[in-house]
Design a protein around this ligand. Structure first.
Ligand SMILES: [Zn+2]
Length: 131
């Protein structure tokens, strides 16, 4: 659940309020310190960092991948594309090649064998998940 930062216009404190995406903008928020409804939304770095963390949590939940099937290279390719998209990062060229090969039906083992540099790819643990 994302945290939204507000500044209270009455007690002049900065407060963090948990709201779901659904609640945000539709449900009135009140200052947890003084109960005032005079809250002004703040855009903060903290919030952005938290929302990225939340997205990572989504990605680490296999049920969020839908019909992901680790035995099916095409399914894995879809998941990797989705993951790359969600992270919003510039993926190394190897990433695209791996995804393309998965989509063409090659097994991860085959790809790994033909791409010895793959170990350096991305530098993150999440790429190990399906291999
Ligand atoms: Zn207040």
């Amino acid at each position: 659940m994302p945290t939204y930062e507000y500044g209270c216009l009455d007690c002049r404190k900065r407060v963090s309020i948990y709201q779901t995406y659904d609640e945000y903008g539709r449900v009135a928020v009140h200052c947890p310190l003084c109960g005032s409804a005079n809250l002004k939304r703040l855009i903060s770095r903290v919030r952005i960092a938290k929302s990225e963390e939340a997205r990572m949590e989504d990605l680490s939940d296999p049920s969020a991948w839908g019909d992901f099937d680790e035995e099916d290279p095409r399914s894995m390719a879809r998941m990797m594309r989705k993951m790359g998209h969600e992270l919003g990062e510039d993926m190394p060229p190897e990433f695209d090649e791996v995804v393309d090969r998965l989509e063409s039906g090659q097994s991860p083992e085959e790809i790994e064998e033909s791409m010895p540099d793959l170990g350096d790819m991305g530098g993150g643990d999440h790429f190990d998940a399906g291999f």
